[in-house]
Design a binder for this molecule. Structure first.
Ligand code: F6P
Length: 494
């Protein structure tokens, strides 16, 4: 069973149009987006573009790039594009001297010290969660060619076993710590930062850095003033990869590589802000996601990597899409009656083939997918790369075409919505372009759906309740099941 409005058989659409692959694909800045396997006609696609044009996107983009308040509930602009711009003075309100000459050059200089070995540190522990973790970790994982002097270890959720193992393996004399937190108040981050502070002892002043928009809080925590790498308050947490939050990834990759990442992202900004927006990857992704969510009624979207370098893309997009678009009210605070964010899931293609793909092929519900790969392998085992790409094509075919069989249990219904996204070459520049294009796709969707993509009030209530429960738990140690049920019950009645 497909979504409510999916009446088209994709194999029939291919039969009607010999050039469907060409007609339903887009090539931009080294990325090929193939959406020919979606149940979409040329008229249907034109309708989606018309919808985007009529949504007020032109003026919304002007307001975004013009530094106007686009985050009304927090009364802020969202100028993360300035963080990657060659000339931030083009962004009103971005304070170019600070963005370029102070914040950006300081974190890139420091990163180069770690990368080259000049810092004398062999290891760097990056502590951060959500946007202070996902983007930098994805980028470091995707682009690392193992030429950096310092190893980077990523800590996000509080995991005492992992911390214990890590500290057993590290030498406090040669280990640095980066505390990445926009708010410098996130519990998981600060708890682990405390542990690292205790472990480093007197070395903390010289070997700890903070990437934050709250320098005073970092100073109060004990981070030395000249080790605080700032960024402006208008940088949303899930858009902070382009700020000093990227310092640990840049330490792995080196200054030149990170600069290329920023350059690639700035190219996506130019495509989205310019006259050719209709032909941009960002707008294509936006209208296609709208089609999947609102027209096909698909509740989820999988981001499946057929290049292991992009294994963490799904995790990154999970926060970007779901924190930005998972809203219940529109910009006028009216309750939304139509669906908003899909549930984003992801992982490595051939791993997922051995876990969730059975259900994706044959279970009655349909879960659209974006399969992501690259033409060039980025390594010297072309036969391994061929295996990845062969599986990518095979899955895209089986999902869309299905399989006829007299034996019902072997039948694949097909018409499962699937897109393919291919890089000509996966490098810092093309990855920067991709990530910024997704950011803009999310912004365009927020305009179509009339929601604020830059706040995340839904996560606050859980933080508030956790503080109350923490106090109650402390009063009831050691825990038993009876107390556990009592606390759970009390939560529902207070
Ligand atoms: O999940 C909520 C959130 O505020 C995210 O938006 C943010 O990326 C994450 O927490 C971490 O916040 P911070 O960088 O302030 O520690």
């Amino acid at each position: 069973m497909l979504g409510k409005n999916n009446t088209r058989d994709v194999s029939a659409l291919f039969a009607e149009d010999e050039r469907r692959g060409l007609n339903f694909s887009l090539l931009e800045h080294g990325w090929l987006l193939d959406y020919s396997r979606l149940p979409l006609t040329a008229d249907g696609y034109r309708g989606l573009q018309a919808l985007a044009a009529a949504s007020g996107l032109d003026s919304a983009v002007r307001r975004l790039f013009g530094g106007e308040i686009v985050n009304p509930s927090e009364h802020r602009p969202a100028l993360h594009m300035a963080l990657r711009a060659e000339d931030p003075s083009a962004f009103p309100g971005a304070d170019p001297d600070r963005v370029l000459a102070i914040d950006r050059s300081r974190f890139l200089d420091l990163a180069e010290d770690f990368h080259s070995g000049r810092s004398g540190l062999s290891d760097l522990v990056h502590i951060g969660i959500g946007g202070s973790d996902l983007g930098p970790r994805l980028v470091a994982d995707a682009l690392d060619v193992d030429d950096g002097a310092a190893r980077v270890h990523w800590l996000s959720t509080v995991d005492a076993r992992r911390m214990g193992r890590l500290l057993r393996d590290l030498d406090p004399d040669t280990t640095g710590v980066v505390i990445a937190s926009k708010s410098f108040s996130t519990e998981e981050t600060l708890l682990q930062a405390q542990a690292l502070k205790a472990w480093l002892g007197d070395r903390f002043t010289a070997q700890a850095w903070a990437a934050t928009a709250k320098p005073e809080s970092a100073k109060a925590f004990g981070v030395s003033g000249d080790h605080i790498l700032g960024f402006p308050e208008w940088t949303g947490g899930r858009f902070s990869l382009w700020s000093s939050v990227g310092v640990s990834a840049a330490a792995r990759l080196g200054r030149d590589c990170y600069t290329d990442l920023l350059r690639g992202a700035a190219e996506a900004d130019a495509c989205f802000a310019g006259d050719a927006r209709d032909r941009s990857l960002a707008l294509h992704v936006a209208v296609l996601m709208h089609f999947l969510r609102r027209d096909l009624d698909a509740p989820s979207l999988g981001v499946v990597a057929y290049d292991p370098r992009l294994a963490l893309l799904g995790d990154f997009l999970q926060q970007l899409v779901m924190e930005s678009l998972g809203k219940g009210v529109d910009l006028d605070d009216a309750i939304l009656t139509q669906s908003t964010s899909p549930l984003i899931f992801g992982g490595r293609g051939t791993d997922l083939q051995h876990s969730i793909f059975q259900a994706l092929h044959q279970a009655p519900d349909s879960h659209p997918l974006i399969l992501v790969g690259a033409l060039e392998p980025g390594h010297d085992r072309p036969d391994w790369h061929r295996v990845q790409l062969a599986h990518m094509l095979a899955q895209a075919t089986a999902m869309a075409r299905g399989r006829h069989d007299d034996q019902a249990s072997r039948l694949l219904p097909g018409n499962r919505p699937v897109m393919m996204l291919m890089a000509e070459r996966l490098n810092a520049r093309s990855l920067g372009f991709l990530l910024a294009s997704f950011e803009h796709a999310v912004f365009a969707l927020s305009v179509l759906w009339k929601i604020n993509p830059f706040d995340q009030w839904g996560v606050e209530e859980g933080k508030r309740l956790a503080a109350d429960f923490k106090t109650a738990l402390q009063e009831h140690e050691p825990l038993d099941f009876e107390t556990w049920l009592e606390l759970s019950d009390r939560g529902m009645r207070s």
